[in-house]
Design a protein around this ligand. Structure first.
Ligand code: ZN
Length: 302
């Protein structure tokens, strides 16, 4: 049984360009924190025509560093995996400075409507100003000179989340769907657990050799790692269903029981993750809620 996926918590170096492969370089944005590890990984891909993947937060100094590292090469496109404020806002500034089009995910959207009285806890972390020039669909191929990418829809962390496979290196830019240092946050109503787990299964069916995530080190053995992530979520789901059968009724009590030892700054995120599992357990008729589904509801076994 897998308790914890084998994360590589080696912190990547911030502020300077690191070459990771013949075509892929990484520049970390200066936004380290409890949800971002050492900062967002911005990737500069290519040798002639270049593509920037996930430019990062709207930080002028990070933008300047990206431009300096592009140098005299042509920036062919800015690709964006999803609309969180630590990934997409700098796209607009980079576009205005270089003329490169913004491509990738569609505008931000929630997994479901807010229920009555519900406040979206992640609203402030979403980029509602994001305006792509071209939205890429699942399975869509896109080329820039000799660089060829395939788009893979990976909803769950956000519903518009995309991953991009770089064919020449069998590499996958996995955004926040699969990260190197921690499990992803799946938080209702923006995110949803069932599509997240389905998206993990989609990646398990592929044979990418390496992942370049939105935070943390590259995932060098995704064939082993992604099944661990899925097993971890299934185990968590089972523990939640069991705890409810044992009489634990509220999300704060479930967090206390299931996340002992967690950094208290992450308790809010853990509550949202438990909530995401509960939504799915209710939809599957394994658990019922005493009122409309919310963080304050009480939960009982079916
Ligand atoms: Zn994110």
């Amino acid at each position: 049984m897998v308790d914890q996926p084998e994360f590589d918590r080696q912190p990547p170096e911030t502020g300077k360009l690191e070459r990771l492969s013949p075509l892929v370089s990484r520049l970390i944005a200066p936004n380290a924190g409890p949800f971002t590890f050492t900062g967002t990984c911005t990737y500069i891909v290519g040798d002639r025509d270049l593509v920037v993947i996930d430019p990062g937060p709207d930080d002028a100094a990070h933008g300047e560093r990206i431009l300096k590292n592009i140098g005299t090469s042509r920036l062919a496109a800015i690709l964006v995996t999803h609309t969180h404020r630590d990934h997409s806002p700098l796209a607009a500034r980079l576009k205005s400075l270089t003329g490169a089009p913004i491509m990738g995910c569609g505008p931000h959207r929630a997994a479901r409507a807010l229920s009555e009285g519900e406040i979206n806890p992640l609203d402030a972390s979403s980029d509602h100003d994001y305006q792509p020039d071209r939205i890429l669909d699942d399975g869509e191929g896109i080329s820039f000179g000799s660089l060829e990418f395939e788009t893979i829809a990976t909803p769950g962390h956000t519903m518009n989340h995309l991953a991009f496979a770089l064919k020449e290196e069998k590499a996958l830019f996995s955004g926040d769907h699969v990260m190197g240092w921690s499990t992803s946050i799946v938080a209702p109503p923006d995110g949803a657990m069932r599509p997240y787990m389905d998206s993990l299964e989609r990646l398990i069916a592929r044979d990418d050799h390496i992942y370049y995530p939105g935070h943390g080190e590259a995932v060098k053995a995704p064939g082993r790692f992604v099944p661990q992530l899925l097993a971890h979520r299934r185990l968590r789901e089972t523990s939640i269903a069991e705890a409810i059968r044992d009489g634990v009724e509220t999300i704060p009590d479930l967090v206390k029981k299931l996340y002992s030892g967690l950094d208290p700054r992450l308790h809010g995120a853990a509550a949202l993750s438990v909530f995401a599992h509960l939504e799915d357990l209710v939809a599957r008729d394994i658990v019922r809620a005493d009122e409309s589904l919310s963080l304050k509801a009480r939960f009982y076994p079916r």
